[in-house]
Write a new protein. Structure first.
Length: 132
């Protein structure tokens, strides 16, 4: 029947008894599936992780600039990864670095939540925050 209509015999559900088949144009079927997949992909919300790096001795004005950047990223719906780098003897004062990170997060005006708690890495600490 499929050859008479110049169409393809496509197996839809192969695991059932008997298998479900359909007479259709296979090229058109593939095109429709690709189009549906593209629409699903475009409907997904894409969040990007933006990064900020501060130091333990970063000046107040520079902290304010970073704070405004963080607020801009959060208002756009992005997650923000904040790193605090420790150099030399600063590595001995890890409690100050944690305190500086908490103070920085508290200073951000836009409501946020901590997505990943403060983690230690070889150069310092980092934390990921996201908008509420």
């Amino acid at each position: 029947m499929a050859k008479a209509r110049e169409l393809d015999l496509v197996e839809i559900v192969p695991n059932t008894r008997p298998p479900v088949v359909k007479i259709m144009d296979f090229g058109k079927y593939q095109y429709q599936k690709a189009k549906e997949a593209q629409q699903q992909k475009s409907k997904q919300k894409k969040t990007e992780i933006k990064g900020l790096r501060i130091g333990l001795r970063t000046d107040d004005h520079d902290i304010e600039v970073r704070q405004k950047q963080t607020e801009k990223f959060l208002s756009a719906g992005h997650k923000v990864k904040i790193e605090i780098r420790l150099k030399g003897r600063e590595k001995a004062h890890q409690h100050l670095a944690r305190e500086a990170l908490y103070n920085f997060i508290k200073s951000v005006v836009i409501p946020n939540k901590i997505e990943q708690e403060i983690k230690r890495f070889p150069g310092g600490f980092n934390v990921v925050i996201a908008p509420k």
